[in-house]
Ligand binder design. Sequence first.
Ligand code: HEM
Length: 397
Amino acid sequence: MYNPFTPGFAESPYAHYRQLRDEDPVQEHPMGFWVVTRREDVTTLLRADLSVEARNVAPHPLRDAVEAAAGGTLAAGGGLSMLDRDPPDHTRLRGLVQKVFTGRAIAALEPKVAALVDSALDGLAADGGGDLVPALAFPLPFAVITEMLGMPETDAARVRELTGTLVRGLEPVADVELAAAIGAADRELGELVGQVIAWKRDHPGDDLLTALIQAEDDGAVLGADELVAQVVLLYVAGHETTVNLISNGAVALLRHPEQRDRLVARPELVGGAVEEMLRYDSPVQSTRRITLQPVRVGGREIPPGAFVSCSLGSANHDERFWGETADDFVVDRPGARQHVSFGAGPHHCLGAALARLEGRVAFAGLLARFPRLSLAGDITWNGRINLRGASAVPVAV
Ligand code: HEM
C-alpha cells in the first residue's frame, strides 16, 4: 500500500516505489485516490486527454471527511493558473505564457546565470566550503526567475517563506494549521504580485511581466486574477523545483565520486549528467490527473472522477524501461533524457529549458572550480513528499 509515511521514505522513496510497481502498479488507495507507478502507465495517463481540475474529482466518504476535518483539500487543482486548468482555458493561458517564455529569452539569460554561479562559487571558495543549498541551490533559481519576470527589489526572505508554505499545498498531507497557513500565504503572495503588477505598469521593461501585462491589456485574453495566478505559478515553479535539481543532483554526484571524476574528466558530458540527475532523483516526485470517463491502464479500469497520482520518481526507476541499472547513477547513461521529471503531454513543464540551463551552468561551474568537491557532513532532507529535496548539503571544496 502506498504510504509516504513509511520510515525512511523522505530520504529515499525508491525501494517503496519498486514494491508498488511489482505488486500493485495501478493502486486504488483506501483514502480515495489512485497511485500509478510504472513508466508506461504514467506516460499513457499524462499524454491522455484527462482533467486537472479538482472540481471533477468524485466525492469519497473517507477523503471528504478527512478534508473537512483538516479545513483544506488533499488535492491541488482549484486555482486559476494553467497548471490547474483544462482546455480551452489551459490552451489559452499556456499559449500566452509560451509566447513570451521563448527559447530566445531563456538563452539570453545564460551570461546572467553564469555570473550568478561564479559569485556563489567565490563565496564557497572563500569559506573553504559550506552548505551548497543556501550558497547555490536556492539563490540561483530565485535570482534567475526574479530577473526574468522583472520583479523589483522585494523582501526576498518573506517571498521565500511564502512560496515555501504555498508549495506545501502540493503535498498529500493536510492539517488544520497547515491549510490555514497555505491559504494565508496564497493571499499574501497574490497581493504582493498584484502590487508588483501595478508598479510594473508604470515601469515597463524588457521582461516577462511587462509582456504578460500587455497581453492582459490587449483585450479579454487574460483576466486580472488570471494574470496574478500565472505570475505566482512562474515565481513558485521557477525556483522551488530547480532548487531540488541542484541540491539532489549534488547529493547524487557527491555520493558517487567515481561519477564526479568521470564528469571532471569529460566536462562535455554535463548536459547528459543533468538529465541523469533529473532521472535519478526527480525534483518533483508526482503530478496528478483526474479521469472524466473510465480509463484502462496497466490491466485495470480507473473509474471516472478519480484523482490519479502519477509517480514520476517511480517511473524514472522502472527497471521494465531502464533495465537492471535503473537504480544506478550513471552520468553518461544513454537515453537519460527520456525521464518524466518534467511531466508529459499537454502540461509538460514550460520551464524545462530554463531549468536545464541553470543545472548545466551550475554543475559545469562547480566541477570546473572544485574538481575534488566532497561531502563534509550529514545531508538533511526537507521532509517533503512531492517537492522532495535535500535542504542541507555540506561540502568541502
Ligand atoms: C509544470 C517539473 C522548473 C514552470 C511542471 C510539471 C512538472 C514540472 C512535473 C507538471 C507536468 C505535468 O503535469 O505533466 C519541473 C521541474 C523543474 C521545473 C522538475 C526543475 C528542475 C520550472 C521552471 C519554470 C516552470 C524553472 C518556470 C520558470 C512550469 C509551468 C508549468 C510547469 C508554468 C505548468 C505547465 C502547464 O500546466 O501547462 N513542471 N519544473 N517549471 N512548470 Fe515546471
